[in-house]
Write a protein that binds this ligand. Sequence first.
Ligand SMILES: Nc1ncnc2c1ncn2[C@@H]1O[C@H](COP(=O)(O)OP(=O)(O)O)[C@@H](O)[C@H]1O
Ligand SMILES: [Mg+2]
Length: 326
Amino acid sequence: MTPAGRIAEGSAGRVRFGARPGARATDRADGLAAGYRGDGLVAVDPSGPVARGGTAEIWSGRTRTGTRVAVKALGAAASGDPSVRAELAREAAALTSLDHPGVVRLVEHAALSPALARSTGGRLRAATPYLAIEWLGGGDLQSWCGWLSWPEVHALLEDLLAALAHVHARGLVHRDIKPANVLLRGREPGDGVVLADFQLACPFVQAPPLLVHADMSGTPAYMAPEQLAGHACAVGPWTDLYALGCLAWCLVTGVPPYGVAPDAARRGHTGGALPRLRPRMAVPDGLSSWLARLLQRELPARYASADEALHGLGELAGAFTVRRAS
Ligand SMILES: Nc1ncnc2c1ncn2[C@@H]1O[C@H](COP(=O)(O)OP(=O)(O)O)[C@@H](O)[C@H]1O
Ligand SMILES: [Mg+2]
């Protein structure tokens, strides 16, 4: 099936409050992750950004070896802000520590040369830090929500859980899992999906004093109660699994469980009863229970690891009996 339309959503819906955990002593004043250089950006498509986020712009570019890349750079207005430069550097640091087919691959983290800045007509400034990321031209998952069959959704969730297991095994929590941050390798989700946008990623095993930092950055429609509460020390793999539950809910119904309006979503995540699942496609009987396990407010009742959630998903496939959307 084809989606109703595609929109490059960027950071739409994301909120950022308070200090963020995970700041590292290695963050450099110039915003570059120490020592990380790739194979050299040599061209940026001068026709303008292909997408815009909250602070970054995504441009199409090419490296010395001819590889097409997405250039995630700070726009002229944000490029002088040390906090957003540090955030981009942390995204680079997170990506540098990851290596998985289901996670977007960082090609280079560097500062824009004067010649490349000129080639953008000055819309990107010289010395602006950028990430060159493998090009994923199929758009994101948002526009596919509600349009896939259950077997397609199932395969996609397996891939995302495998990617999350890798991220968590490397000691990181993503903190912004949502359809807009899952990019497609090809024209359809069946061609492969990749977890992207590690701008909010942070280590979840943190030494004091980072534990005392309050931080409730994220996208309310997909945020776990502990993340909404700003309990940095309670945020962990289970927080991403809660968000994955919201994403899975969105894939089968077209909307996340408590809607997308930030205030209503916050109320839902922190105190509302989980609505009845109204799938748009035939789904297995056990799906509601699997989702409810991901969307538990209390941590002990929630799946604690991606592997555990993957196992539950596998059992669901074995017990497939069709239930039509009501
Ligand atoms: N590697 C990529 N290849 C192609 N397009 C990309 C890539 N990374 C991001 N984009 C586009 O840019 C948008 C915003 O990127 P993202 O990393 O999510 O930034 P933000 O932090 O602003 O949300 C994505 O939704 C997608 O449309
Ligand atoms: Mg994003």
